[in-house]
Design a binder for this molecule. Structure first.
Ligand SMILES: Cc1ncc(COP(=O)(O)O)c(C=O)c1O
Length: 508
């Protein structure tokens, strides 16, 4: 059998003995360094040929380009070696979103930090897992320390705990699992028979602007999406505590409140529910309070924005997404709990092949019992590398810079006759729309102008719909190196695209 390309990526049986085949071997580490240098070099060259955050391709064109780049598909019968991998890097970079481009401002998806990306390579090299102590001793210890840093930052005491999860949706799911079991344990054998035979209806209270993952979690937990009681928000897009009070008072006799879910940083507006008031209500009613701070949790790093999260430490659990406002590669979410015993009561588990009792008693314990997952990456490595490199203040300064950009953007919208501001920014998002000459066409024009920019690849802005279904555009500003001029340029691009759609319609 021939061996095309470089040995570690070839398919011949003799390559199995190559000293640099395995990443963590001494020769493998050197090879990883070389490959990373080569792959990032290819990516840099491909990006230099671009003129915007997206490739100037329609979805069909991108698919055809990938057919051409991977003529044999991603799984050829025999290995094609190093050259194929370098070509793949070129193709991938040419077609990727470039979040470091200051004109990328659509989603809660920041450009990742170099230090975090590099540390992530090391996590992949050693491939440790945190489920058992012997799957990755330093990974287990590091996650414990990162979690402790986060619970301290959130204002929790020494009994607190936490776990890194694959995203805010999963953190919210696990928080509601804990809440469901706490509320229903006395009424049903939750871990055994599940909800079978339960004669009550569990319900969850959250703002009408809460993230959809709350409803999805209710469905996954067997409560059904109908368990969600959507509490009206006020004009500032914050859950109205009086409305929560009314919803609680109006509950039917067989409805058992499982949790109040407050949002600290709604996806569109960045608005923060009134945490002290909601905590007081939840406390009074004996209901768990979960705070979904997936977006707003990053404010904890910032001296300027931290006061917005006053009352957060009264929550029973908190979701914080470090892959949103701490510039981590996805995914690095954390679920924090005020009382670490919440895990033992729900996901706590002893399994003979992983963490038998006698190993645990001897101190050889991993983090299996904290998590919905079994095998789990050493995600704490990139988080710790970031924290050490930048410090709390460094991360806070990044958020402050984005907050400044959002305030500038809001002022720019207000000053422009063809733009309309929907809400003053709280964190780093700005919701607005382009005003076409024929106002009745505003929704179609705003939807089409965003796609026009996507197709050109020159600007990436977000979109949302208001409660009445009308279309808005959104900037989610998470590039701390973007300038006010970049923001002005984004608006110029939006206006130009809006005018082009008004005159030419949407190109097919
Ligand atoms: C408020 C809020 N909660 C939860 C999530 C879900 O986070 P993830 O995408 O990491 O699952 C998001 C995502 O944007 C969010 O904005």
């Amino acid at each position: 059998m021939s061996m095309p390309g470089h040995a570690p990526l070839a398919s011949a049986p003799s390559s199995l003995l190559e000293p640099d085949l395995l990443a963590a071997a001494p020769a493998g580490l050197t090879e990883v360094g070389r490959l990373v240098t080569d792959l990032t070099g290819e990516a840099a060259r491909a990006l230099r040929r671009r003129n915007g955050p997206l490739p100037p391709l329609s979805p069909d064109e991108l698919a055809r380009r990938m057919d051409a780049d991977l003529p044999e598909g991603p799984l050829p019968e025999t290995g094609r070696g190093r050259a194929a991998v370098l070509a793949l890097a070129r193709s991938y970079a040419a077609g990727t979103v470039d979040l470091a481009d200051p004109r990328a401002a659509a989603h809660l998806q920041p450009p990742s930090l170099s230090v975090a990306a590099a540390a992530d390579v090391l996590a992949s090299v050693f491939n440790a897992s945190v489920d058992t102590w012997d799957s990755g001793p330093s990974a287990v210890e590091l996650e414990r320390r990162v979690v402790r840093a986060l619970t301290d930052l959130a204002g929790y005491g020494p009994g607190a705990g936490g776990v890194l999860t694959p995203g805010g949706s999963t953190s919210n799911l696990q928080a509601l699992l804990i809440a469901r079991d706490a509320a229903l344990r006395a009424r049903a054998d939750i871990r055994g028979a599940g909800l079978t035979g339960l004669a009550v209806r569990p319900v969850v209270y959250c703002s009408e602007l809460a993230h959809f993952s709350v409803a999805r979690a209710c469905a996954l937990l067997g409560l059904g999406e109908e368990a969600v009681r959507a509490v009206p928000a006020d004009a500032a897009h914050r859950m109205d505590p009086a409305a929560l009070d009314r919803a609680l008072a109006a509950r039917a006799a067989d409805e058992i409140p499982v949790a109040v879910v407050a949002t600290a940083g709604t996806t569109d507006y960045g608005s923060i529910d009134p945490l002290p008031e909601l905590a007081a209500i939840a406390h009074r009613e004996g209901i768990r309070l979960h705070v979904d701070a997936a977006y707003g949790g990053g404010a904890l790093f910032s001296d300027r924005l931290r006061p917005l999260l006053g009352g957060l430490d009264a929550a029973d659990s908190i979701t914080i997404d470090l892959h949103k406002t701490a510039w981590q590669p996805a995914a690095a979410s954390a679920l924090l709990v005020r009382d670490a015993r919440d895990f033992a009561a729900t996901t706590g588990l002893r399994v003979a092949y992983l963490n038998p009792d006698d190993d645990g008693a001897a101190g050889y314990d991993g983090l299996l019992g904290n998590s919905l997952a079994t095998t789990r990456r050493a995600d704490a490595l990139r988080v710790a590398a970031t924290f050490l490199a930048l410090g709390r203040q460094g991360i806070g300064a990044m958020l402050d810079a984005c907050h400044d950009l959002a305030r500038h953007a809001a002022a720019a919208v207000t000053a422009h006759p063809d733009l309309e501001l929907t809400a003053e920014p709280v964190l780093t998002t700005v919701v607005f729309r382009y005003l076409p000459a024929r106002r009745a066409e505003a929704d179609t024009v705003n939807g089409a102008l965003r796609r026009r920019l996507l197709r050109q690849g020159t600007a990436l802005v977000g979109r949302t719909d208001l409660r009445d279904g009308s279309v808005r555009l959104k900037l989610t500003l998470l590039n701390p190196q973007a300038t006010k001029t970049d923001v002005d340029d984004l608006f110029a691009a939006v206006i130009a695209a809006g005018r082009a759609v008004e005159t030419d319609g949407e190109p097919q």
